[in-house]
Design a protein around this ligand. Structure first.
Ligand code: NAP
Ligand code: GLV
Length: 327
């Protein structure tokens, strides 16, 4: 068996693939392979261990007919056409759970950093601009006691809610379905329709996957519903927010701030208007980037791939059951 890994990943994952006896080809570049490069590099491969930077669609699968499994080292899978994979008998796997707590931690890093101008203030110190204690300098928003609105109350959304209790916050959430009363009680969270959540929250944090329904879920209309001193945090996917509408709201100071680990486009060019907006923190899609979590993600992605190629049920597959129902 030959497997292709589309970038250097933690060794834990590579060891799993090598122990399985596979020939492992690792894309050596610091940037993702282009489509053409990937087609060449993965020729005759049986499996792909991909990142969210690779687009896996019908065209690619048809050009690589030897591929039997695609294992994404990510929980999000908007880069993969799962239907096209299933139609061709290709198993698709992802890495949920192992990154939930680390991503929730980072969401809180953004909440606190935006609320209290942490990056701007630290930059000022580095530039030698700390002259004195300023009664009117870097005034932020209180997080303790504020209302936290969570859009998408799945694994990460709920982990973010758990952390809110220490800040004595009112937690409201929206999702496709209201959670059972015992979950709501445990997390001290109340279900609200999206519009009401936007109108009542001081901090809105996004945790939905990117799907046709959630693309530009937060646009001009939704941003206009938010309080002028509210902030938007996005560690989900950039395209869940209409970037132009967000730029307009921040520029016109109709929104107090934004903390974005994900953007549309990604990467964000250094001259992008979003970076000229007041009180915006943009980080380069690093919410799951702790040493331990990335190692776990690599290991799970590799274990998924090995199982799929052995014809065994992978630990976390999106379409194994569907493929095997088909016989
Ligand atoms: P999850 O457990 O599946 O949670 C997503 C939640 O959103 C689910 O409850 C889902 O409901 C809900 N949802 C889906 N479509 C919706 C809609 N149209 N309206 C309202 N709610 C909707 O996923 P997760 O593990 O928490 O991860 C969430 C996302 O975070 C991933 O898909 C990924 O894009 C992103 N992420 C980013 C990073 C990063 O590095 N920045 C790291 C990890 C994850 P159903 O269960 O009914 O579908
Ligand atoms: C990261 O964005 C992921 O989906 O795991």
């Amino acid at each position: 068996m030959r497997v292709v890994v589309t970038r250097r990943i933690p060794e834990t994952g590579i060891e799993v693939l090598r122990r399985a006896g596979y020939e492992v080809r690792i894309w050596p570049g610091p940037l993702p392979p282009t489509r053409e490069e990937l087609l060449q590099f993965a020729k005759d491969a049986d499996g792909l261990l991909t990142l969210l930077t690779e687009r896996i669609d019908a065209k690619l699968l048809d050009a690589l007919p030897s591929i039997k499994a695609v294992s994404n080292m990510a929980v999000g899978f908007d880069n993969i056409d799962v239907e096209a994979c299933t139609a061709r008998g290709v198993v698709v796997c992802i890495t949920p759970d192992v990154l939930t707590e680390t991503t929730a931690d980072f969401t809180w890093a953004l909440i606190l950093a935006v609320a209290r101008h942490v990056c701007e203030a630290a930059d000022a110190v580095h530039r030698g601009q700390w002259r004195t204690w300023e009664p009117l300098g870097f005034l932020g928003q209180d997080v303790a006691g504020a209302t936290l609105g969570i859009v998408g109350f799945g694994r990460i959304g709920q982990a973010v809610a758990r952390r809110a209790s220490g800040f004595r916050m009112r937690v409201v959430y929206t999702d496709r379905e209201q959670r059972p009363p015992e979950i709501e009680q445990q997390l001290r969270a109340t279900f609200l329709p999206l519009d009401q959540l936007l109108a009542e929250s001081d901090i809105v944090t996004l945790h939905v996957p990117l799907t046709p329904e959630t693309r530009k879920l937060i646009g001009a209309r939704e941003l206009a519903l938010m309080k002028p001193n509210a902030m938007l945090i996005n560690t989900a996917r950039g395209a869940v927010v209409d970037t132009d509408a967000l730029v307009a709201a921040l520029r016109d100071r109709r929104l107090w701030g934004a903390g974005l680990d994900v953007t549309d486009p990604e990467p964000l060019p250094a001259d992008h208007p979003l970076l000229q907006c007041p009180n915006v923190i943009v980080t380069p899609h690093i919410a799951s980037a702790s040493e331990v979590t990335r190692a776990r993600m690599a290991q799970l992605a590799a274990e998924n791939l090995v199982a799929a190629l052995r014809g065994e049920r992978p630990p976390r597959s999106l379409n194994w059951d569907e493929l095997h129902r088909k016989g």
